[in-house]
Design a protein around this ligand. Structure first.
Ligand SMILES: *[C@@H]1O[C@H](CO)[C@@H](O)[C@H](O)[C@H]1NC(C)=O
Ligand SMILES: *[C@@H]1O[C@H](CO)[C@@H](O)[C@H](O)[C@H]1NC(C)=O
Ligand SMILES: *[C@@H]1O[C@H](CO)[C@@H](O)[C@H](O)[C@H]1NC(C)=O
Ligand SMILES: *[C@@H]1O[C@H](CO)[C@@H](O)[C@H](O)[C@H]1NC(C)=O
Length: 370
């Protein structure tokens, strides 16, 4: 894991700029992000109850009990910071813990350690409850070493069964100019398994959302960035999300890091919208067996010629990656079919990317949350 992560750092670091220098295209106008609001949906705290699967003869050890913790930056809650609330959850937590975070800006770096599963961050709306920090890859950590990409995240989650609703995560470091090094700046890193996000915002530029490892479900989220703004080796479904590019000379949405044909990881985008500025690659082969599929997705007229990028033009990744599109539409959709190694899928090959079963969701995502 550690080795893999450090390999990925250097790949990201080096090749993102390699590509940048190749594509000195004209900067289009910046389009401001749209906002959307959602109807109030009662949070289902019982989403893990359906995990009582007897199929593998495992005894279900899920959360028992429920606890609420309030956080308010203006002092009206139990805690002033989100990290203080997380710190108040005991190690080896077994309760469903709902951390209710009032509207406001929480300027802090937050970590949810692996020993604290079953935590939910519930905001009051992604436009009003915001956690933000501003670390960049070249900044130095407490030990004097450069942070590098994965450790820049404003919020990092290592625990399983994390969820977040109606809250935004930002990295406010200034967007890098093309050619600048060490400016990767993640807003959020998810390294735990079975994580669920609804109505969340992720804001950054290069490497906004580190979808590092584990099974994840993102519903009705807004994800903004410029280069590789969703990256890592997660096994994730993104449903009804807006993927918004703020790239100036060139950009790319997803860089997926699957490294062997035996891994079940990949990014499945379903019924999403791709907006913003381009030209934009929709996927890049971070790993040799990178897997990215867009289904029923709308593409604005922002897709770069070719649509996909093989990352380094050297390792014949175009023979081993799985890049696909299924029933996509919009003025940019034709460009997403721009290379011979990104296939137009038929139903038989697309269907496993179309349902929450891609992330084994039947066992941990309530039907009303899917
Ligand atoms: C998020 O908050 C908005 C109101 O700000 C509400 O309409 C919506 O239902 C909420 N969504 C979730 C998933 O909690
Ligand atoms: C969770 O399930 C239990 C029993 O099925 C039910 O009594 C309780 O109200 C549920 N809680 C929520 C928040 O849905
Ligand atoms: C979970 O499984 C156990 C053992 O099979 C069973 O006794 C229990 O009733 C189940 N609980 C639920 C909520 O389905
Ligand atoms: C695949 O990549 C190799 C370089 O790794 C390149 O020579 C070849 O032309 C590419 N094939 C296609 C179909 O793009």
């Amino acid at each position: 894991m550690l080795l893999m992560a450090s390999l990925s750092y250097s790949f990201l670091f080096f090749y993102s700029y390699f590509i940048l220098t190749l594509f000195l295209l004209h900067a289009p106008l910046l389009v401001t992000s749209s906002t959307y609001r959602y109807k109030v949906v009662p949070s289902s705290l019982n989403r893990t109850a359906s995990t009582n699967s007897t199929k593998h003869h495992h005894k279900w050890v899920g959360p028992v009990g429920y606890r609420e913790i309030t956080v308010d930056v203006n002092g009206a809650g139990e805690f002033l910071t989100v990290q203080a609330a997380v710190d108040a959850v005991p190690e080896n937590n077994r309760e469903n813990v709902m951390i209710l975070i009032s509207a406001g800006y929480y300027i802090e770096k937050v970590t949810v350690p692996a020993s604290k599963p079953y935590i939910t961050f519930q905001g009051e709306g992604r436009d009003v409850t915001i956690i933000e920090w501003h670390d960049r890859a070249s900044d130095r950590g407490a030990n004097g070493q450069q942070l590098r990409t994965y450790r820049t995240a404003s919020v990092s989650v290592f625990a399983n069964y994390f969820s977040a609703r109606n809250i935004s995560f930002k990295n406010t470091a200034p967007a890098p100019m093309p050619g600048m090094k060490g400016r990767q700046a993640a807003a959020f890193r998810i390294s735990g398994d079975k994580a669920y996000f609804a109505g969340c915002g992720f804001y950054g530029a290069q490497d906004t959302l580190c979808d590092d490892a584990g099974r994840h479900y993102f519903k009705e989220c807004y994800i903004e960035g410029s280069i590789d703004f969703i990256f890592g080796n997660g096994r994730s479904m993104y449903r009804d999300c807006e993927l918004h590019s703020i790239a100036t000379r060139f950009g790319s949405i997803a860089a997926q890091d699957r490294n062997s044909p035996d891994e079940k990881t990949g990014f499945a985008f379903l019924n999403c919208r791709v907006t913003g500025t381009g030209p934009l690659y929709v996927g890049r082969a971070m790993g040799q067996y990178s897997r990215i599929v867009y289904s029923h997705t709308y593409f604005d007229n922002v897709v770069a010629h070719g649509g996909w990028d093989d990352w380094d033009h050297a390792s014949n990744k175009n023979k081993t990656v799985f890049f696909g599109v299924y029933k996509c539409w919009g003025p940019g959709a034709e460009a997403v079919r721009g290379v011979s190694w990104a296939r137009e899928l038929d139903y038989a090959s697309a269907h496993k990317f179309l349902a929450k079963s891609f992330v084994n969701g039947r066992h941990w995502i309530a039907p009303s949350d899917a």
